[in-house]
Design a protein around this ligand. Structure first.
Ligand SMILES: *Cc1c(COP(=O)(O)O)cnc(C)c1O
Length: 370
């Protein structure tokens, strides 16, 4: 079966894990710290805070920037549910925003503008499929309205400058992302004091960690804020350090495969719309296409499955999920709904070869032909 995504793990990761086991210090030690610094360097910031998921990272970014009860946060509906969940964790209210178009399925600035109220406190933009939103447009938008700007950069690891648009950003190292630690995430923040607060909130709000108490000989600690246990361990950080070394070439491999998809699909499936035709900075996280309006997506997915090609959907819109439908006033997000109804995600990962892309395009053409 050709999978939509696959982690790449090998001997280097095995050796890194084994080193941790031998050294005996298994959580929040020098590897976590080294991983934070290496990740920050790769994205053009001076530091980072490693956590155990992107969801935790989003929660800490919101709370670290003072978003809380009574605040509204603009979020895309075309995203993974965690983006909106994190807003609820912070006690704030998510307000769902439409995408720009089927061609550019990123949050619409016009719709964001229309949905700003006196309660709007923050915006979370999401770099869908790894294609970066427009930095200057969103920065100006947030600045002119005095809003906190957060990036859900779960799809954009490895793109220099991703995570530096606004006040804070969250990355994911879940198993299907461009790099993985099995589970894990990172927070970046523009303001050092905010990042320091986030670091403290990651570990129960304690003023020092186990490691620091060992080296500083100060036996006690204080708790000065409500914190969480969002720590990353040394085993995951060790894998992350290896993955990070490969990330750049994996992403360029994803770009080559994406370019080939564009060529093959325009020849084999001219009635399929491929978003992001206009080049922009990207991590090429997934390969979304838009089927013809009349196509039966479930049937096409079944035919591709019979041809041993896995496909998925990114995403069922969050505002249409039962939990959110029942608790939020359900807006009409026409572009998001149309996109989600017709979207199909094709396999894309660095283990694929050019001939895999050719086969997927040919099988998709065959499935569409009926
Ligand atoms: C994967 C993902 C998340 C959640 O990441 P975890 O590390 O699993 O918490 C959040 N937002 C988006 C857009 C994602 O794709």
């Amino acid at each position: 079966m050709l999978l939509v995504s696959e982690p790449i793990l090998g001997d280097e990761e095995k050796a890194a894990l084994s080193d941790v086991v031998e050294c005996g210090w298994i959580t929040m030690g020098e590897r976590v710290r080294a991983f934070e610094q290496a990740f920050a360097r790769h994205h053009g910031t001076s530091d980072a805070v490693a956590v155990n998921s992107c969801t935790a990272a989003l929660h800490l970014a919101l709370e670290g920037l003072g978003v809380g009860p009574g605040d509204e946060v603009l979020v895309p509906s075309l995203t993974f549910v965690a983006t909106a969940n994190s807003v609820l964790y912070a006690g704030a209210t998510p307000v769902f925003i439409d995408i720009e178009s089927l061609e550019i399925p990123l949050m619409s600035i016009a719709d964001a503008d229309a949905k700003c109220t006196t309660k709007t406190k923050a915006i979370i933009i999401m770099h869908y499929a790894g294609y970066l939103a427009d930095r200057h447009t969103w920065r100006d938008f947030a600045r002119s309205r005095g809003l906190v700007l957060i990036e859900d950069a779960a799809h954009a690891a490895g793109v220099y400058g991703a995570g530096t648009f606004g006040d804070a950003a969250a990355f994911s190292f879940y198993g299907n992302k461009n790099m993985t630690t099995a589970e894990g995430g990172v927070v970046l923040a523009a303001d050092d004091a905010v990042l320091a607060r986030i670091r403290q909130m990651r570990g129960h709000g304690m003023t020092s960690g186990t490691r620091e108490r060992l080296s500083s000989r100060s036996p006690t600690y204080d708790v000065t804020m409500l914190g969480y246990n969002y720590r990353l361990d040394e085993l995951r950080a060790a894998i992350g350090l290896v993955q990070l070394k490969n990330l750049e070439w994996w992403n360029s491999r994803r770009q080559e495969l994406t370019r080939r998809y564009h060529r093959r699909l325009s020849e084999d499936c001219p009635n399929v719309l491929v978003p992001f035709q206009v080049p922009r900075d990207a991590a090429y996280h997934i390969m979304p296409v838009i089927l013809p309006s009349s196509a039966d997506r479930a049937q096409i997915m079944g035919k591709l499955r019979d041809a041993e090609i896995q496909t998925t959907i990114h995403y069922p819109p969050v505002h249409s999920l039962s939990f959110y439908r029942d608790r939020c006033s359900s807006p009409r997000l026409s572009q998001t709904e149309e996109f989600a109804r017709r979207e199909l995600t094709l396999p894309l990962h660095p283990k694929m070869e050019a001939w895999h892309v050719d086969r997927v395009a040919a099988e998709l053409a065959r499935a569409l032909a009926g």
